[in-house]
Design a protein around this ligand. Structure first.
Ligand code: ATP
Ligand code: MG
Length: 562
C-alpha cells in the first residue's frame, strides 16, 4: 500500500474524551473514528488489524472442528419469550418494532437463535457433537460505554455454540474450546490468564474467562501463589477464617459522633482501624429492604450478594428515603442493633469482637459490640470481594490480585436453553433427549484495544506481529527530489510485496521526521529507511519497532530481518 493512496490521517493531539491509552492511540493512529456514544467506524488501517484477529480466530475455530454460519443480527421477541429472557435481560437489550408493530431485538448474544436452529436441524444423536460459530455484530446498550472499542455498544463477537447428547460430551466440547482459545491468544502474542468466572446473564454452570493482563483492565483477578487457582473477583469465593468469637473485653456504649458518616471519618474520630468497624448496607429485596453487613475494610461483591434469595437482582441500593423509613436514621448511622429487616452477615464478621457500628440514631455510633452478648451470633454468607493475602479456596496458598480485560468467555450452559426451547435429539434407544449446550464468546473488536493496552510506548502502538496492519514500512528520504531513492524504494516495495509481505510505502512528500513519527505511532513492526547515503554504501537503515536503536545493514542483511 502506498501511504499517499491510503487516506490515513493521524492526530498529534490526544483526544479529550479518551481515558485510556489504547483508546487514545486508536484515535490518534486513525484506526477508528467515533460516530456516537459506543459506536465506532473501523477505518481502513484499523480494519486491517481487525481482519487479522478474525483470521486467527477463524483458523483455530475451524481447526477445532467448529462450523461457521451466520445468523441474523435482528431477532424476533418470541424466541426470547420462549427462553424467558425477554423480561429478564433488562435495558442492555435494544428492542424495536417492525412496521407491523411486532417486537424484535438487536442480538446481544445468540443462544435463542442457535437453539432454534438446532431444534430444527438436529434430529439424531448421530449428528452430535456439533459446534456452530459465527463472527458477527452484536449490540448491547451498555450503561457506560467507554474505553473506545473495549466497552462499546456495537461490537463484533465470535460466538460459538456446541450441542452434545450428554454432560460428558459437553465436557469434551468445552475442553476443545478451552484448547482452541488458548491457541488463539497464544498466536495473537498476548499475555493472558484463564480464570474461573460467574455465568452472568447467560446462565449455566461452569464458566471460565480469558483475560488479557493490563493495569487498565476493568476486571480484578485473584490468583493463587501456590497452585493454578485463578478467578475473576466477581466469583472468587471466601470462607470463614475464624471459627469462634473472643471474649468481650469492653462494655457496649452509645457514643455521640456528630457528622461522622463514613468509615474513614469514623476511624479518624475514634482512632481505630476500618477492620474494627462493621458496615451496614441497605439494599432492595423482594419483600422490602434487606441489610448486608460486612467488616469495614471489606467491599461488597454485588454478583454474590444478588444471588442471595430475597435480595434484588441486579443489586440495587435502597434510596436514602427508604433507609430512613426502615431504620429511623439516615445513611451513615445504620447498624444491626435494633434492626428488624432481614440481615445477612459476611463470613469475615465471624471472629469480630469489641467492634463499632452505626447507632441507629442520627449522629450516634455503638462501640464495644460483641456477638453473643449484644447481637445474636449470626449464620454468615459470602458477600465480599476477596483481597490480597486472603487464603485460596483450596487453602494451600494466598491470593494476589491483578487486573485483566475479558477477551473471551466459555460456558457450560447445560440444558438451560435446550430444555426451555425443546431442543432434543433421538438417542440410540429411540427416546427424545434434551441436548447439552455450551457457548463460547470472543470479543474480536475488544482484542484490538486490549492488545494495544499491553503493547505500546510513548511513541505509539507496538503491534505483536500477528496483528500488525502492515509488516514493514518503507521510509524513503527525499524521494521526491532523488530519482535514485525513488527507484530503489519502488523496487524494494515490489520485491517485498512479491515475497508475501504486507508493505506500507511512505511515498508522501513530507519531512522524514513526520514519516518516522507516523510509522512509530501506527506501530509497524519493521522499518526500512532508504536514503542516498545508504544506497551509496549498499545499505538500508533497519529498525525493529521494539528496539530503541536503528542499524545500518547491507541490503540482504536488512531484508533477512523481516
Ligand atoms: P463484560 O463483563 O465485559 O460486560 P460480558 O461478560 O457481558 O462482558 P460475554 O457475554 O461473556 O460478555 O461476551 C463475550 C465476549 O464479548 C466478552 O468476553 C468480551 O470480550 C466481548 N464483549 C462483551 N461486551 C462487550 C462490549 N460492550 N464491547 C466490546 N466487547 C464486548
Ligand atoms: Mg463474559
Amino acid at each position: 500500500m502506498r501511504f499517499s493512496e491510503f487516506g490515513l490521517t493521524t492526530l498529534k493531539e490526544v483526544p479529550a474524551d479518551a481515558e485510556i491509552v489504547s483508546h487514545k492511540l486508536m484515535l490518534r493512529a486513525g484506526l477508528i473514528r467515533r460516530l456516537a456514544s459506543g459506536l465506532f467506524t473501523w477505518m481502513p488501517l484499523g480494519l486491517r488489524v481487525l481482519r487479522r484477529v478474525e483470521a486467527v480466530v477463524r483458523e483455530e475455530m475451524d481447526r477445532a472442528g467448529a462450523l461457521e454460519l451466520l445468523m441474523p443480527a435482528v431477532q424476533p421477541a418470541e424466541l426470547w419469550q420462549e427462553s424467558g429472557r425477554w423480561d429478564k435481560y433488562g435495558p442492555l437489550l435494544l428492542r424495536m418494532q417492525d412496521r407491523h408493530a411486532r417486537d424484535y431485538c438487536f442480538g446481544p448474544t445468540h443462544e435463542e437463535v442457535i437453539t432454534d436452529v438446532a431444534r430444527k436441524e438436529l434430529r439424531s444423536y448421530k449428528q452430535l457433537p456439533i459446534n456452530y460459530y459465527q463472527i458477527q455484530t452484536k449490540f448491547r446498550d451498555e450503561i457506560r460505554p467507554r474505553f473506545g472499542v473495549m466497552r462499546s455498544r456495537e461490537f463484533i463477537m465470535k460466538d460459538a455454540y456446541s450441542f452434545d447428547a450428554d454432560q460428558s460430551g459437553l465436557d469434551a466440547s468445552y475442553a476443545r474450546m478451552h484448547t482452541a482459545y488458548t491457541a488463539i491468544f497464544e498466536r495473537l502474542g498476548l499475555e493472558f490468564r484463564v480464570v474461573d468466572a460467574d455465568s452472568g446473564e447467560i446462565g449455566g454452570s461452569r464458566s471460565q474467562e480469558f483475560h488479557v493482563l493490563a493495569d487498565s483492565g476493568e476486571d480484578a483477578i485473584a490468583y493463587s501463589d501456590a497452585d493454578d487457582y485463578a478467578s475473576n473477583i466477581e466469583s472468587a469465593a471466601t470462607t470463614p477464617t475464624a471459627s469462634g468469637y473472643p471474649e468481650p473485653s469492653s462494655e457496649l456504649e452509645k457514643l455521640a459522633t456528630p457528622g461522622v458518616k463514613t468509615i474513614e471519618a469514623l476511624c479518624k474520630f475514634l482512632d481505630i482501624e476500618p477492620k474494627q468497624t462493621l458496615k451496614t448496607l441497605i439494599v432492595e429485596g423482594s419483600d422490602g429492604p434487606v441489610a448486608l453487613l460486612l467488616r469495614g475494610d471489606h467491599e461488597l461483591n454485588s454478583v454474590k450478594a444478588q444471588k442471595i434469595p430475597g435480595v434484588a437482582s441486579p443489586l440495587t441500593l435502597a434510596s436514602p428515603e427508604a433507609v430512613v423509613k426502615v431504620t429511623g436514621c439516615g445513611p451513615g448511622f445504620v447498624g444491626p442493633i435494633g434492626m428488624d429487616i432481614p440481615t445477612f452477615y459476611d463470613h469475615a464478621t465471624v471472629g469480630m469482637s469489641d467492634f463499632v457500628c452505626g447507632g441507629m440514631e442520627k449522629n450516634m455510633h455503638y462501640v464495644g459490640i460483641n456477638f453473643g452478648r449484644d447481637l445474636p451470633t449470626p449464620q454468615t454468607v459470602d458477600i465480599r470481594n476477596v483481597i490480597e493475602g486472603d487464603p485460596t479456596p483450596g487453602g494451600k496458598g494466598r491470593l494476589s490480585i491483578t487486573r485483566g480485560i475479558e477477551v473471551g468467555h466459555i460456558f457450560q450452559l447445560g440444558t438451560k436453553y435446550s430444555e426451555a426451547m425443546g431442543a432434543t435429539v433421538q438417542n440410540p434407544d429411540g427416546q427424545n433427549q434434551v441436548m447439552a449446550m455450551g457457548c463460547y464468546g470472543i470479543g474480536i473488536t475488544r482484542i484490538v484495544g486490549a492488545a494495544i493496552e499491553q503493547n505500546h510506548d510513548d511513541a505509539g502502538i507496538i503491534w505483536p506481529a500477528p496483528l500488525a496492519p502492515f509488516d514493514v514500512v518503507l521510509v524513503p528520504i527525499n524521494m521526491h527530489r532523488s530519482d535514485e531513492v525513488k527507484d530503489a524504494a519502488e523496487i524494494l516495495y515490489l520485491e517485498l510485496k512479491a515475497a508475501g509481505h504486507e508493505v506500507l510505502l511512505d511515498d508522501r512528500d513530507v519531512r522524514p521526521g513526520v514519516k518516522f513519527a507516523d510509522a512509530e505511532l501506527i506501530g509497524i513492526p519493521h522499518r526500512l529507511v532508504i536514503s542516498e547515503r545508504g544506497l551509496a554504501a549498499g545499505q538500508l537503515e533497519y529498525r525493529y519497532r521494539r528496539d530503541s536503536e536503528s542499524r545500518n545493514l547491507d541490503r540482504e542483511e536488512a531484508l533477512k530481518q523481516l
